[in-house]
Design a protein. Structure first.
Length: 287
């Protein structure tokens, strides 16, 4: 009896798919293990975290670490600080970076390429080099221990250059026919951007949105420089301040707080991961 070639092909395809998934799971273990260790260790007593040899699952499960997260510091307020700063920075970064990227891609103006090259060059300047003059300016304006520096710096700083670059590369591939048809119908340049170009830039918006959210939500260095009181702390800074009366680190509490901070990041990435990959892939299509 002769076998069906299509059935054999489907069987080989399934075997190949299963094999690929198994290999991917095995390859992901070195990256997943630290996160799993962090989550499970937050349920351990403090004296069990550094046992040798190390263990993944707790021998004794406890919620003491999570309980102290909310009593040792105003964690909910700090969580809210990070969330609202990240949301504001993300929305502003998407809008301003999209406008700048559209201008560099679609509008002819003098020294356009030189300005874009100069903007890209700012990526080579580390934040640590400019933080002293920035701090001096912020202190002169009376904005220390406020969230304004944590909002303004990511939007207009060197980290925004990557966002502008992603949008520029996306808009370079934007069909000219759409733009020309809209202009013939009397749509202004701003109308073309807001009504046509930006709605079609979903992959770039997702890529920039995820990067801006992650960068702002995980901000530590700038918060360390500008913030002073626990009520104004963001999560990145607050996690490092869990200490007992003797100045020793409360490791299970720190790990519990760190585990809670992962939740928004996972939610944002899972919602927009497909568009994020597409947006990054399009950055190299045209230049």
């Amino acid at each position: 009896m002769r076998s069906d070639p299509s059935s054999a092909a489907r069987s080989r395809s399934r075997v190949t798919t299963v094999t690929l998934y198994v290999l991917l799971v095995v390859a992901s273990l070195p990256f997943l293990y630290p996160t799993l260790w962090m989550i499970f260790s937050s349920f351990k007593p403090a004296n069990e975290i550094f046992l040798q040899p190390p263990t993944l699952l707790p021998k004794e499960w406890t919620l003491d670490g999570f309980a102290q997260v909310f009593t040792a510091q105003p964690f909910l307020r700090q969580y809210g600080n990070s969330m609202y700063i990240a949301v504001v920075v993300t929305l502003a970064s998407i809008l301003l970076s999209a406008m700048a990227g559209y201008a560099f891609a679609r509008i002819r103006f003098p020294l356009r390429n030189a300005a874009f090259t100069l903007m890209l060059a700012t990526m080579m300047v580390p934040t640590e080099v400019t933080i002293i003059p920035i701090f001096t300016a912020v202190r002169a304006m009376g904005l220390t221990n406020t969230h304004w520096p944590l909002i303004i710096l990511p939007i207009f700083g060197p980290t925004a250059v990557v966002s502008v670059f992603i949008f520029r590369q996306h808009f370079l591939s934007f069909p000219k026919e759409y733009e020309e048809a809209a202009r013939l119908d009397g749509v202004s340049r701003a109308g073309v951007f807001f009504r046509i170009a930006l709605p079609l830039a979903t992959p770039a918006v997702a890529a920039v949105g995820i990067m801006a959210f992650l960068r702002s939500f995980n901000m530590y260095f700038e918060a360390l420089i500008f913030l002073r009181t626990p009520e104004n702390f963001t999560l990145g800074l607050a996690i490092t301040r869990y200490q007992d009366f003797y100045g020793e680190q409360m490791w299970n509490t720190q790990l519990g707080a760190a585990s809670l901070t992962v939740v928004p990041i996972l939610v944002v990435f899972l919602i927009a991961q497909k568009q994020f990959v597409q947006g990054l892939a399009q950055t190299g299509l045209k230049g």
